[in-house]
Design a protein around this ligand. Sequence first.
Ligand code: CIR
Length: 258
Amino acid sequence: MKKFNHVIVRRPCKSVCDGITSAPELGKPDYEKALRQHDAYISALSRCGVDITILPPDDRYPDSCFVEDPAICTKNCAIITNPGAESRRGEKYEIVDAIKQFYKDEDIEYIKEPGTLEGGDVMMVGDDFYVGRSARTNEEGIRQLTDILERHGMTCTEVPLEKVLHLKTGVNYLEHDHMLVSGEFVTKPEFQKYDRIEIPEEEAYAANCIWVNETVIVPEGYPTVLKAVQDLGYKTLVVDTSEFRKIDGGLSCLSLRF
Ligand code: CIR
């Protein structure tokens, strides 16, 4: 099944080393290595039948390579978010022009103050979306998102988060009813109806895999998850994201896929 035609990424900037992190003990990202890993990420995506728009680095925003957070791209509309992290808020102004290449003005919606929302908290399952209420995404942001999605013929369900940064840090949909779940998401009632693949604690980072047109991209170094995804019948590509992991980033955060 081909679902996505376009991908948007942004090159990591030199200040990526100062990205927000909850795990300083992992050390700072090595910029050159991050660039090489980003190259490999782009080349994996290019094997999945999508065209790729590569935005230039933006040193004003250390976390700006994580383009998933300032925008949400659905089949009916795009939503420019209002990132909850102060240092990331301005990223929303920098993603708009790229979004305008693919969506008509009337199909571009905006999350407005006092609402905050980051795309990492939003997971698409067909026409139904799940949104995590997190430190970055507040009640008003969720209210606005729900209203926008419903006006465009889609639905939205709120999922309270307890431990993780973003919803998709711990749960990702691989289409065909398959859902990767780790940690607090294993028992969440909202996801019981799916075919859940439980991820062991020591590989929790790899809950953040991405499905792109029947290929699943898996982070390097997580053999249990890799095998589980292959056993589901997917073609897999493995990409090393060690430098992005140091600042809480994973595979999904590094692109918009639509
Ligand atoms: C941040 O804390 O905002 C970045 N260092 C990591 C963002 C990861 N984005 C995502 O999970 N969607």
